[in-house]
Design a protein around this ligand. Sequence first.
Ligand SMILES: [Zn+2]
Length: 177
Amino acid sequence: MVSRLEDAVLDRQAEPVQWLVGDDKCDCAFQRIGEWGNPYLASTLQIRMCCIWKELSKMFPQFVQEVPVYWDSNQRKPVTTPREWDSEDMDMPLYLWYRQVARMSGQPLAQVRKNLQGQQSRRPRKVPKGTGRESRLPDEPEIRAALLSRMERTGWSPQDWLAACDKRDTEEARKKT
Ligand SMILES: [Zn+2]
């Protein structure tokens, strides 16, 4: 298993297969690389889908939109501020760091990459064990959101349940005061 994307990219630089998601070899915000290999043919086909899509989108701009919002399905709400790095397992991959800085500063990615050249040690590091997203337990809104999703998928109307939750919360709040 690949534990660190960048190690994998570095490892593979000597091999004939050159492309890997996160290799930062294009300016696409979302890198996508299709790969099909077959040992009986001893060959691998790689297609840099993100770059092809970029060219296609120039022909069909009406079918492409990139919005500065992430839909957080755990919280069931839109997020417009990039999340701080919170992995306990790995430092922020360089390709992602460049893109986050570009997103936050509004500068072109190529410019950011150039500005941060040689400053790789400044990228966000992994957080101490027990403090990152891997250790975080879901909070009340997340548990509710997960239950709502399940109820909706199974055809239940969550309205009564939500109303009951609100009533309980109100009563508990009243007891405390
Ligand atoms: Zn690309």
